[in-house]
Design a protein around this ligand. Structure first.
Ligand code: PLP
Length: 435
């Protein structure tokens, strides 16, 4: 489709060589992490604007999580998940008490978001007896063969013969580059409406579920417009498919609520969590679901290190911290503070096409003339931020690689946030000055 909205250029961008999507390999060797900062071996401090891989929401050394993990390590690092199950149940109970009301069962035998998503899809397929998985263009659901197959970007699967397009992918609610070349709200939410067509004409006729990131994280921090999720929920109800919210990035406070489902008022049947659940980067994951969907046998989804005791200790301590009185209110306040500082970038620099997000989850879209995604400039800004500003940032590999993610730890102070935006602005300036 040729579009005044950048879609034609975007189609060409799909052919951009993978290496230009990835920024150059960084060479810093870090030996310690303190709060929002990583310390290089020579003592130089780097401010982390993306909290690791968005999985360090409490900073690198939050004392309550560190103590919980060390305390558990002294007692016992691991026992078989059959024996750690009671401890997993107590973490799940804590999660479920704070989860959207329809979720009242859980599974905690995963350590990564990828396998948690596979677990959710097994649940959907087994409980519905159906097969297909709907997902969004630009989505990222993991790096196993199956989650690579259902993710909405071919670049990461191209080398692997077993990755197939067995899922049905539908356009994302990407208003800045509307896939239907329309404008909200006159568009009538075509991005949701056309899902009926995809099910009718593009699926096998046996659709088990649709999996959606409430905010498409790696795809470019795409925030759906109002009404999108209620339209999708209606489609799910009309077609008998389940709705899975992949909250691997958005969960555990990132959008200002413990669950982004609550932020958007989405009633998903299944929710997956990982990343932030470990607080300081300890790997752990969870799947929450409606009781009627608690259909898996233990032998159908369980890993050697799933339900690991250190992971459970980290998750429990993380939930305690995030549920402390005032914590999430502070995330919402700081999120608005960050927004106020980030938005002017779009007025001050012509290469900043859009600034979008919520809570502590923001994206800065870098463009050339005609809103053309400028992946090269994005990578240069990220590189310059690290090398000359000592600010760590990441790009949107599942979109066009031209969105700079800004996702600080949830414990960032206002001074940290000002410092992140100032250093980003200086990096943009420096790159702009070089042309
Ligand atoms: N889902 C989303 C939304 C993600 O962002 C990621 C990782 O970036 C995953 C799933 C996969 O999680 P993991 O890398 O822990 O397997």
């Amino acid at each position: 489709m040729v579009s005044g909205n950048g879609s034609a250029t975007v189609v060409k961008q799909a052919h951009v060589a993978a290496e230009s999507v990835f920024p150059p390999v960084f060479e810093s060797r870090f030996s310690a992490g303190r709060g929002l900062r990583l310390i290089r071996e020579d003592g130089a401090e780097f401010l982390d604007g993306v909290s690791g891989t968005f999985n360090v929401p409490l900073g690198y050394d939050h004392p309550k999580v560190v103590e919980a993990v060390i305390g558990q390590l002294r007692k016992c690092a691991h026992m078989s998940s059959s024996y750690s199950a009671p401890y997993a149940r107590s973490v799940l109970a804590k999660l479920l008490r704070a989860a959207p009301a329809n979720l009242d069962a859980g599974w905690m035998r995963d350590l990564t978001g990828s396998t948690a998503n596979e677990c959710a899809i097994k649940i959907a397929q087994k409980s519905t007896g159906k097969r297909d998985v709907l997902s969004l263009h630009h989505s990222h659901h993991g790096q196993t063969i199956f989650t690579t197959s259902i993710s909405g970007q071919s670049m990461r699967g191209a080398a692997f013969p077993m990755v197939n397009a067995s899922s049905v992918k539908v356009p994302a609610p990407y208003c800045y580059r509307c896939p239907y070349d329309s404008v909200y709200p006159d568009c009538g939410l075509l991005c949701a409406e056309r899902i009926y067509d995809a099910i009718q004409h593009g699926s096998s006729g046996s659709v088990a579920c649709m999996i959606v990131e409430p905010v498409l994280g790696n795809g470019g921090n795409i925030v759906p417009p109002p009404g999108y999720f209620s339209a999708v929920a209606q489609i799910a109800q009309d077609t008998g498919m389940l709705l899975i919210a992949d909250e691997v990035q958005t969960g555990i406070g990132r959008t200002g609520q413990l669950f982004a489902c609550d932020t958007f008022g989405v009633k998903a049947n299944i929710v997956t969590l990982a990343k932030g659940l470990g607080g300081i980067g300890i790997p752990t994951a969870a799947v929450l679901m409606e009781q009627r969907l608690d259909v898996l046998e233990q032998y159908e989804h369980s890993f050697t290190s799933g339900g690991n005791m250190l992971a459970l200790a980290a998750a429990e301590a993380t939930l305690d911290v995030i549920q402390e009185s005032g914590f999430l209110q502070q995330v919402r306040d700081r999120g608005r503070f960050l927004e106020r500082h980030l938005r002017p970038l779009a007025e001050n620099y012509s290469c900043v096409g859009d600034v979008r997000g919520l809570g502590m989850m923001w994206g800065v879209e870098i463009v050339g003339p005609g809103k053309r995604p400028d992946t090269d400039k994005t990578n240069r800004i990220i590189r310059c931020a690290e090398v000359s500003q000592r600010l760590l940032l990441r790009g949107s590999k599942y979109g066009f690689g031209n969105v700079i993610k800004v996702r600080p730890a949830l414990v960032a102070t206002e001074d940290d946030l000002v410092e992140i935006v100032d250093r980003l602005a200086r990096a943009i300036q420096e790159v702009e000055a070089c042309g």
